[in-house]
Write a protein that binds this ligand. Structure first.
Ligand SMILES: Cc1cc2nc3c(=O)[nH]c(=O)nc-3n(C[C@H](O)[C@H](O)[C@H](O)COP(=O)(O)OP(=O)(O)OC[C@H]3O[C@@H](n4cnc5c(N)ncnc54)[C@H](O)[C@@H]3O)c2cc1C
Length: 541
């Protein structure tokens, strides 16, 4: 087994991980970046920011939008830290060469669904790809003694010594090699857990390992019941199933129609995605869907030059041989993003010394709903903060000697999974799809929790750590959703359809507890005005 010593170990090279590695390097730390396989960042088409171009274009307004969309259960200190810094990080990326669309010296922006202001920057390709390419070029050009990029490396275990992080065990599938990394701090940037659902927009790398490793290291997860769904995922024809189409077009002439050709949702006020998803599901359930059980994404009214700014739409039209002036694409929602994750503070620190989290694996910034174009914002600014914090921690605290043995753990690798293990993972997917979808209720949730618990018990008894990890994450989601007996953001309970601030201005936190999980409820910051202006004044400087 190869051994490396470094200051900061970053697991995952989506935009969150790359940004963390870049900032940790600038802060003077040695960095190892493990690449994983393709993540969601490659699909980011627009990203919220606050550039101060006008009186409305402020961190305070962005904070307000995020806090309101999140149902006021986000951590306001995290939202404030992100809102205040995203403008400067965006301009820094532009200086580094990210080709944001611009008009003269000013970046042009579009209005993302759920936002009250036109603040999402974009490039003419996919902004996530452009940011990754730009930063990865800087990292690979850095002194190899300071920055090591392990292209497809996977973190399989976070090592702990005397209650703090001391590195990790990694596997590199390309050369079937094992790596023991000693590090002063670890940044989890491992993305989401979409692959635990049957229908998801997430790529193969979104397996949820980061949440499980965090639990095993002793960290707390929070808000796991809040799962968002992407409304416009193509359902027909079968060969083009799964294309994700942008929601920002609702501000640019596109319409949403049922099978009878009727518009069924007022989109003039840029409703959040959770509202769009529920309206779509109800339309189909009540018999007004298309022949394939979907609704129409109608872009016939969009100006051709507006269509031209969207790579995803152009790809969808090309694959169907359609012109935008005749295009009505059948769509339905699919699982998209976990708002919950490793509980972080405004320095991206978890409650385990030396463990940091950024991006989808982190929880706290979005509360009950993530704004469209809020994922890109989170990874850029959260990555910058996580990288700097992890560097400061590693440089201030001597790296401990690892107590874990340097033994490979092949049982933690997905390759070679048995048919039995695969069928248990399929059971988790079916259970989460049933109980933790867009419309939830006690009966379905109870069946889901029982099914996932059974898989967890079997996996523990049979010694199948991969299935166990998936079941732990599935249980964190399902049991949290069962406990929250109200509706808020993306968590909609048919049996409790109203928001209940009296009881549920609260977080549900999850921690490891022996072979299972412990769930606790804690109060969150309570705003006193419905427009949240008091919160803006309290948290934004
Ligand atoms: C189809 C789609 C479209 C989207 N469009 C937008 C948009 O337009 N605007 C927006 O703001 N947001 C958008 N999002 C959300 C956005 O993509 C995510 O919020 C963001 O990319 C998350 O970045 P990340 O760095 O946390 O994770 P990812 O980009 O998913 O990267 C995580 C990486 O970690 C790797 N990994 C996993 N486990 C391990 C491990 N154990 N060790 C090492 N590596 C590991 C994965 O393989 C992956 O490469 C979209 C998401 C999807 C799926």
């Amino acid at each position: 087994m190869d051994e490396i010593e470094t200051d900061v170990l970053v697991a995952g090279s989506g935009v969150g991980g790359i940004m963390a590695a870049y900032r940790a390097h600038l802060a003077g730390a040695r960095v190892v970046l493990l690449g994983g396989s393709g993540g969601a960042s490659g699909r980011i088409s627009s990203m919220n920011t606050a550039l101060g171009y006008g009186p409305e274009d402020t961190p305070a307004r962005l904070f307000d939008d995020m806090f309101r969309a999140g149902g006021y259960v986000n951590d306001p200190t995290v939202v404030a830290a992100f809102a205040e810094r995203i403008g400067q990080e965006t301009l820094h990326l532009a200086e580094l060469g990210v080709p944001f669309a611009s008009d003269g010296d000013l970046l042009v922006r579009r209005q993302a669904t759920g936002s009250t202001w036109t603040r999402a920057v974009y490039t003419m390709g996919l902004v996530g790809v452009d940011i990754s390419r730009c930063l990865m070029a800087l990292l690979t050009a850095a002194d190899p003694d300071r920055v090591t990029v392990v292209r497809s490396g996977l973190l399989l275990e976070v090592s702990m010594t005397d209650g703090r992080v001391s590195g990790g065990l990694a596997y590199v599938p390309r050369d079937e090699g094992w790596l023991r990394i000693t590090a002063g701090s670890v940044v989890l940037a491992t993305g989401g857990a979409g692959q635990l659902f049957r229908n998801t927009t997430n790529p193969r790398g979104s397996r949820g390992t980061g949440y499980a490793m965090a639990l095993e290291a002793g960290a707390t997860l929070t808000g796991m019941e809040f799962v968002s769904f992407e409304p416009f995922v193509s359902t027909y024809p079968v060969e083009a199933k799964g294309d994700d189409l942008p929601t920002t077009v609702l501000r640019e002439g596109a319409k949403l129609r049922n099978g009878r050709g009727e518009e069924f949702l007022d989109t003039s006020r840029a409703p959040t995605k959770d509202i769009i998803c529920r309206a779509m599901v109800r339309e189909v359930r009540e018999g007004r869907g298309t022949p394939s059980g979907s609704v129409y994404y109608d872009i016939r009214g969009m100006a051709p030059e507006a269509v031209d700014r969207y790579v995803q739409i152009k790809e969808a039209l090309n694959s169907r041989g359609l012109d935008s002036r005749e295009a009505q694409i059948e769509v339905m929602p699919a699982q998209h993003f976990l708002m919950g994750g490793v509980q972080i503070d405004n320095e991206a620190a978890s409650d385990v010394a030396g463990l940091y989290a950024v991006g989808e694996v982190a929880g706290g910034a979005h509360g009950a709903h993530r704004l469209a174009a809020g994922g890109g914002m989170e990874v850029v600014v959260g990555g910058a903060i996580a990288g700097e914090s992890a560097a400061a921690f590693a440089l201030e605290h001597p790296t401990p000697v690892q107590s874990s043995s340097s033994t490979p753990r092949p049982e933690l690798i997905a390759r070679g999974r048995s048919t039995k293990e695969q069928s248990q993972l399929t059971r988790i997917q079916a259970a989460l799809e049933e109980g933790c979808g867009i419309l939830r209720n006690a009966d379905e949730l109870s069946r889901t929790v029982e099914a996932v618990k059974e898989v967890l018990d079997d996996a523990t008894r049979l010694g199948q750590p991969l299935v166990r990890r998936a079941a732990l994450v599935g249980l964190a989601i399902a049991r949290s959703a069962q406990l929250r007996t109200e509706s808020r953001g993306d968590h909609f309970r048919e049996d409790f359809p109203d928001r209940n601030d009296a009881t549920w201005m609260a977080r549900i936190d999850v921690a490891a507890n022996g072979a299972g999980l412990r769930f606790t409820r804690s109060e969150v910051y309570r705003r006193s005005h419905t427009d949240a202006s008091d919160s803006v004044a309290t948290f934004i400087g």
